[in-house]
Each structure stands twice: as structure tokens, then as C-alpha cells.
Design a protein around this ligand. Sequence first.
Ligand code: DGL
Length: 250
Amino acid sequence: KIGDYMKIGIFDSGVGGLTILKELIRKNKYHEYIYIGDTKNLPYGNSTIENLKKYSDTIINYFIKKRCDLVIIACGTISSNLSNYLKEKHKIKIIDIITPTIDYIVNKNYKNIGLIATNMTIQSNKIASSLTKHNINVITNPAPKLVDLIEKNLMNKKESIKILKEYLAPFQNKNLDLLILGCTQYPIIKKQISSLIKTQLYDMAYPIPSLIEDGAILKVQLYFTKLNNDILKNVINILNCKYKIEELKL
Ligand code: DGL
């Protein structure tokens, strides 16, 4: 655990990481947060390792310049592909969101797990290989179009629900203990997902607050590398605390 009142840098490709920030605030982790949603480069899940390194290095260097005490990678794609690279490269404490998820599931005696995530997260094989080592059966399916649909507020469209249904098909009637929402945008559409599948859903935000001590004062600054109305609409729906929001050129 990391103590005292801190300045915490937290980032994702878009609004997805706000589901992590929201859970931290709900659990009274009152600190000064600087959030970066790299919407200019979204979606990360269909990008390349080379580009993802460039984006995350730039963001972490910004947090270091702003004298943050800690960085939270609020993105499944970066966490599953680059957490070792980033932790070794940067001289700042970094928390990824995949390691706590693996620890949580391994400690629960689960036998059958589903994982829906971005292309890059599924390709990294990070979650599946870690769970398989513990004799847990894992079914995976990538959902490459989902992040864009969520970020553009298109999940109320019939066509989007049809796509979601197809992504969920491999998990139906498989007797899963849990379906991991392996991308931080997915909890934003938890309602739509649970109307299509009966399996219990797992939100990667769940174990994160226990890694951080309670703080003193909450201050939230949100930056997006490209800001538009869809982002503002999503932010209003997700966060119910006071915050400042601005575009940031990185
Ligand atoms: N929110 C990130 C994740 O958890 C990135 C999604 C994306 O931009 O494709 O995977």
C-alpha cells in the first residue's frame, strides 16, 4: 500500500479509465488525480506495440514532469502488453490493472473464466496464460469495434447491440464463473451486457482501491488529447464528483 495524500496520474485511451477513477473515489481514495484520455490516438486496442510504447511513454513523462507520486495504467491494453516495459523504463511507481485481476481470480478457486477484451489484450495472452497455469479454463473473444461505439455514444443503436450480441455469443451457456470485462470501457455498458448474458460480470476496477491508502482531499483534473461532445457526455454519465476538464496537446 502507498500512504498519505498523493498526486496520482491515471491514463487510458479515452473515457474507459474513468471507470477505475470512479471506483477509487467511491472507496474514498481522496487524492489529487490528473487523468489523461488519449482520445487523439484511440482505439489503443487495434494499434501496434511500437505506437502504444510511444503513447504511454509520452503520457508517463508528462506525469513525471507534473511531479506525480504514482501512475495508474487504467487501460487493459497497455497493462497487458507493456506493464513490465513501463515499470522498468520509468522512475516512478506504476500500478497496472491486469496483475490485481489475475491475483483476485487465482485466489477465488474459479474453474471457468471468460475474457472479452481488445484485440491487443487478447493477443498478449497475459491473462489467459496466467490463469491457465493455475488450471483455470479460459474462453477468450476480442471485441475490436466496441471501444469506438462506446466512446461515440452509439450503444443505444440496434446495430451496436447486434454487434455486442455476436461478441458475447462464445460465452453463452458455458457455465462460466465470471466474465472478465477486460477493457475499461466495457463497464460503461454493463447494463447492456447483462441484459444479453446471465454470467456474473467482473469489472477490473474492483481490486484497485485496496492497493491505495485513503487520502485527504479530492481534486480531479481531466485532460483529453482530443475533446468533443461525445466525450463530455460520457464523462457526465460516468463521474459524479467535481472536476475540471480541458483539452491537452501532448
Ligand atoms: N481502455 C483500454 C483497454 O482497457 C483501451 C481500449 C482501446 O482504446 O482500444 O483496453
